[in-house]
Design a protein around this ligand. Structure first.
Ligand SMILES: [Zn+2]
Length: 442
């Protein structure tokens, strides 16, 4: 009862000179003498062996276990085995660790109590490969089960680390067999694309290496068709690569584009116009004596976050610059018109309201006569179905970006991963902790 090791009893405990305790164990479970091959109970003892399995810490000083176990003759006539040594589920044959120590070593990492494999290994005085094997065993049920039903799927890329290449080998088999010139091959890609459950909070469901349309399509295609058909919305960044793959494998889902990237695009347009105007006006890059350079940060602010003083400063600076300043101002107002349109998201807007603000934005872009604004308007027009879906549902890819933060924190704790497969496994563990109840001990 003290150790709670099923099938073993403590016979005596000795204090060692170094302060540690030595516990002598004997077998209490009768099933330990059942032959592992035929299952018949053995009766004739062949000899005695002692093993020293490692176990979880108990008390403030180390406890070393010594299990005196017997070897038995199997006397069953039909059985091929002559003899065997006792074993128990708590301490399997040839195991140097108890089952529960091994499981704990893995669980400390999978459940995030220790951030890294090496931290768990140090705590339990085990080696890194032993703990990593335990992590794989504990995490296998996570990766092997089919993904749970998902209503809203978020797709986003994340930089996983440095790429690794196998250099081109001119005499290599695969090149010469096809008669093609030898090419370097990617062994570990720099990118991972993650698929996250944004509606149900089940974390990252999976990752795929690389960020081409084929990579995304491969992951989607390898999921069950019934699972794919249940997805109602897919949220992506403004990325045509994901668009193609999603259209092909999730034809029933509504595509939504994340608004952060639309606003980012609009802000880039304002900065681009400002730089072009400076070049035309002064024939050089901007410097800190230029009025438009001084307000460059204010141009990136949202209208509603500017104080009256800041707005006055921005407005007057640009108006004082005459024609060139008004071009920058027109670009800034265009950005704000687009933001006013996007602000309708989550307010259950009716279609007239959306149409009204969209028309205002388009008209502004058309009347301003600025090529950069026209390009922005045509991009919005291309992505309009996805943007409209965002306005109507209010769904964003913020959840995926949040998971990316967890993924990167995990990679930093590990000082980066060399092995992308291990990284995907650890990512899955790290991002599903909330869903698995690791943050809620009750
Ligand atoms: Zn047997």
């Amino acid at each position: 009862m003290l150790l709670e090791l099923d099938g073993l009893v403590v016979q005596r405990v000795e204090r060692q000179a170094d302060g540690s305790r030595l516990a002598w164990l004997a077998t209490a479970d009768e099933t330990a003498r059942a032959c592992p091959d035929c299952g018949v109970f053995a009766h004739r003892v062949k000899g005695v062996v002692t093993t020293r399995p490692r176990d979880l810490p108990c008390g403030s000083t180390p406890v070393r276990l010594v299990w005196v176990k017997r070897r038995w003759y199997c006397q069953e006539p039909g059985c091929g085995r002559r003899s065997f040594t006792e074993s128990l589920p708590a301490v399997p044959t040839r195991a140097r660790l108890t089952t529960r120590l091994r499981e704990q070593a893995g669980r400390l990492v999978v459940d995030g109590i220790y951030a890294t494999v090496v931290a768990s290994a140090r705590q339990l005085e085990l080696s890194w490969p032993t703990v990593m094997d335990a992590v794989r065993d504990v995490a296998t049920p996570l990766t092997d089960t089919a993904p749970p039903p998902v209503d809203v799927l978020g797709i986003d890329e994340t930089r996983r680390g440095r790429p690794r290449w196998r250099p081109a080998d001119p005499a290599g088999e695969d090149a010469s067999a096809r008669g093609e010139p030898a090419r370097a091959r990617v062994l570990a890609d720099r990118w991972h694309v993650g698929f996250a459950d944004l509606g149900g909070g089940q974390g990252v469901l999976g990752q795929v290496e690389g960020r081409t349309a084929d990579d995304v399509a491969y992951w989607l295609a390898s999921q069950p068709a019934t699972w794919r058909d249940r997805i109602r919305y897919v949220v992506i960044d403004m990325c045509t690569v994901f668009l193609a793959a999603v259209r092909r494998y999730l034809p029933l889902a509504t595509l939504i584009v994340d608004h952060f990237h639309i606003v980012q695009l609009a802000n880039n347009v304002v900065a681009e116009v400002r730089r072009r105007v400076t070049t035309l006006l002064r024939g050089r890059r901007g410097r800190d004596s230029d009025p438009e350079w001084k307000i460059r940060n204010l141009l990136g602010h949202n209208r509603e976050n500017l104080t009256d003083r800041q707005l006055t400063k921005l407005w007057n600076t640009l108006v004082d610059l005459d024609e060139p300043g008004q071009t920058i101002l027109a670009a800034w107002i265009g950005k704000e018109e687009l933001r006013a349109l996007l602000a309708l998201a989550g307010t259950h807007p009716d279609r007239t309201m959306i149409a009204h603000r969209l028309t205002r934005f388009y008209l502004w872009c058309a009347d301003a006569g600025i090529p950069e604004l026209e390009r922005l308007a045509s991009t919005v027009s291309t992505w309009w179905p996805c943007i409209e879906a965002f306005l109507l549902t209010g769904l964003t890819n913020a959840g995926s970006e949040g998971h990316n933060r967890v993924v990167k924190l995990d990679a930093r704790n590990a000082f980066g991963y060399r092995n992308p497969t291990n990284q995907r496994l650890r990512t899955r563990c790290a991002t599903t902790r909330r869903a698995r109840g690791c943050f809620n001990p009750a």
